[in-house]
Design a protein. Structure first.
Length: 287
């Protein structure tokens, strides 16, 4: 996860902690230090002889680890990079990470999740899911429900399959949510959505997906409204829930590329949002 010693960093750490519970995952709390320019005259390399800087970084690491509850494996690391996004992508490759967790940028319009420069870069290049903690997020006691926000376009299989695996691994309820115009929210649409989910889930995870989808704790909801934003306001969310959305169909294969629909959802959904790469290969080490 990407960590900064501010509210955004603590919100990301809270989400990473919640995701790690009951998932047998280790947190790699990554602090990115800007790589000095060779033209700046500053000392090159990751470390510096300045005792003030050294003490400050040590304090940041200690504060971050102090926020991690007992029972969750966590460690810190420092990385030098030209920018935070490239440093985090390097960390993902080195550690074979399953997800990048970052905090949202504060927004004067009070949007739950706003995209800063780091998030924007990751949401257009990452090969693993990117999880964004909304402003003010502080839930650390574990995921309570997994919601897949899906449609019928290509890419739904990756979202649904990842959601099925994430809910099954944690033993929490699964919700499959489709947002449609009001005049399409009929019983026939609900039945059709359930069948599509079973087909997508079956392609993704085989018989285990069928078992998860058949559980009483798994629900399929079709919520309508005058437009997407209106439909989202009609959805009930619970504390500790996470929402999964897919990448744009224009995304390069195997990469995240956030589309306009996901960006609109970010402005309205009050829960953490995880963007899944196109054609993502999920499995035991996924979200």
């Amino acid at each position: 996860m990407g960590y900064t010693a501010d509210d955004r960093g603590f919100e990301a750490l809270a989400l990473a902690t919640s995701l790690a519970r009951r998932a047998d995952a280790e947190l790699v709390i990554t602090l990115i230090l800007r790589q000095p320019s060779p033209y700046s005259g500053a000392e090159s390399g990751l470390y510096t002889n300045d005792p003030i800087v050294r003490e400050r970084v040590t304090t940041w690491e200690r504060e971050a680890l102090a926020c991690v509850p007992d029972g969750i494996r966590a460690r810190t690391e420092l990385r030098a990079a030209d920018d935070e996004a490239s440093g985090l992508l390097d960390a993902v490759a080195e550690h074979d990470a399953s997800v990048i967790v970052i905090g949202a940028r504060s927004n004067p319009l009070l949007q739950a999740i706003a995209i800063g420069s780091t998030a924007n870069a990751l949401l257009h290049s990452s090969e693993v899911p990117v999880a964004l903690a909304p402003v003010g997020y502080g839930h650390t006691t574990g995921v309570t429900r997994v919601t897949a926000v899906y449609g019928t376009r290509p890419g739904a299989a990756a979202v649904v399959g990842t959601a099925v695996e994430a809910a099954d691994r944690r033993g929490v309820p699964l919700r499959l949510l489709s947002l449609l115009p009001a005049d399409e929210t009929t019983e026939a649409v609900v039945d059709e959505a359930a069948e599509q989910v079973r087909r997508f889930g079956g392609e993704a995870l085989g018989s285990r997906a069928e078992e998860v989808l058949a559980r009483e704790a798994t629900t399929v909801e079709v919520v309508g409204g005058t437009d997407l934003e209106d439909a989202v306001t009609r959805v009930d969310w619970i504390d500790g829930e996470i929402a999964l959305v897919g990448s744009s169909r224009l995304a390069p294969r195997g990469r995240v590329f956030i589309g306009s629909t996901a960006q609109r959802l970010m402005r309205r959904i009050p829960t953490p949002l995880i963007v899944i790469p196109r054609d993502y290969s999920y499995g035991p080490a996924s979200v």
